[in-house]
Design a protein around this ligand. Structure first.
Ligand SMILES: *Cc1c(COP(=O)(O)O)cnc(C)c1O
Length: 398
């Protein structure tokens, strides 16, 4: 099948094809039902086929899908105002994806530097970070597998380990061209690795002292997933630049860069742009997503159900020898094992549960924010025995 695929082989795709979804459930071409604990990698915030989203998007499609940023798009103002209200920030640029949001953030930081007379501005980035697949964002990413074969990389990204405040202070002190610190509040692809609250606060303090931009990639951990609108809010800080995407429009492609203060005033006419970004369809999807999240208290739900998930996992498998750590916040949870566990993905699929493994040994769960306790029970009932079995029969890799 793969040999004759008309697609470039960018993904090792599973043969399963889904025909439709309903809430937290997905259905495949064989009529089998799966519990969706991945939400298209943190995208389907409202689950599948949400009645409010479907009705409003139908109406919007029949009205206006696209009209170009050469014209005023009132829905952009509406969605921007909502994002500003919940973030405490001042301006938004809309685009179509996570990498585009990050690319815009990188451009903001560089121009912020140039505007202050720094001709070769540098942006501090992190080991194990993931920011996307464009040349600039893969260069900022901390994973050689993502970079290999695409050299020469974009330069100007000194790298530090996460949660090591001394390393951060050192790089900023030693490199006069640093203009920004760029990190995920919780690393997603890197294995659900949270930046600690203390670290985020120290990074904020350092940025204030040195007039650097604090840029927090909330593409995966943002939009309510951790139980607050944005994961950095657990630290009580405000970033200067916040790229968003994945969950913001429940599956319609969208990206956004939210900025505050000086960073919000860097771009001038002609500095940046997009053809599709901010189109009425995506804006409407973003608005409905945020409205339903507020109406149905999905932040509270992510918090409560996330706690219940964490508690259930700890009870069932937390004390097993091969389970290194169960970590995360809200409905962004990772189980790190002491060995690779990629084959668990297929075993879970065979048992009717969709989830994912990242960083080789971290089982990752990113369910829709409408997840309920009964779904947690179903998930843990399937996953726990498979983890026990995996640890019992698969040897630890050298
Ligand atoms: C997924 C992801 C991206 C890239 O988003 P795309 O929409 O795939 O370009 C960037 N940053 C983080 C933290 C992500 O999880």
């Amino acid at each position: 099948m793969a040999a004759s695929s008309p697609l470039m082989s960018t993904y090792a795709q599973q043969p399963t094809a889904f025909t439709h979804g309903d809430g937290v459930w997905l259905f495949d071409t064989e009529g089998r039902r799966y519990l969706d604990c991945l939400a298209g990698i943190a995208v389907n915030t409202l689950g599948h086929n949400h009645p409010t989203l479907v009705a409003e998007l139908r109406e919007q499609i029949a009205r206006l899908i696209h009209c170009s940023n050469l014209f005023t798009v009132p829905l952009q103002h509406e969605l921007a105002n909502r994002l500003l209200a919940v973030s405490g920030m001042t301006n938004v640029f809309f685009c179509n994806s996570g990498l585009e949001a990050n690319e815009a953030a990188i451009k903001i930081a560089r121009k912020y530097g140039h505007d202050r007379g720094i001709d070769a501005p540098e942006i501090v980035v992190y080991e194990k970070a993931f920011h996307g697949r464009s040349l600039a964002t893969l260069s900022a990413t901390g994973n050689v597998k993502v970079q290999k074969g695409f050299e020469p990389l974009v330069t100007g990204f000194p790298r530090v380990p996460l949660n090591d405040i001394d390393a951060l202070r050192r790089v900023v002190a030693e490199r006069p061209n640093v203009v920004a610190i760029f990190l995920e509040a919780i690393q997603g692809e890197g294995g659900i690795q949270p930046a600690s609250v203390e670290y985020l606060r120290e990074a904020r303090r350092l940025c204030d002292e040195r007039e650097l931009l604090l840029m927090i990639d909330e593409v995966q951990c943002g939009t309510g997933r951790t139980g607050k609108w944005f994961a950095h809010q657990w630290a009580g800080i405000l970033p200067d630049v916040m790229p968003l995407a994945k969950g913001l429009a429940s599956g319609v492609p969208v990206g956004a860069v939210v900025a505050h203060g000086a960073a919000a005033e860097v771009f001038k006419p002609g500095n940046h742009g997009t053809t599709f970004g901010g189109n009425p369809l995506a804006m409407r999807a973003g608005l409905v997503t945020m409205q339903v999240m507020e109406r149905d208290d999905l932040l509270g739900n992510a918090s409560r159900i996330g706690d219940y998930l964490m508690h259930s996992l700890n009870r069932e498998i937390g004390s097993l020898d091969g389970v290194r750590e169960i970590r995360g916040r809200g409905l962004m949870v990772g189980i790190e094992l002491d060995r690779p566990c990629g084959e668990l993905v297929q075993r879970c699929m065979d048992a009717g549960v969709v989830l994912n493994v990242t960083a080789d040994s971290v089982i990752r769960m990113l369910p829709p924010l409408i997840f309920g306790k009964e779904h947690v029970d179903h998930l843990v009932g399937v996953l726990a025995p498979l983890v026990r079995d995996h640890l019992a029969r698969d040897p630890i890799a050298a």
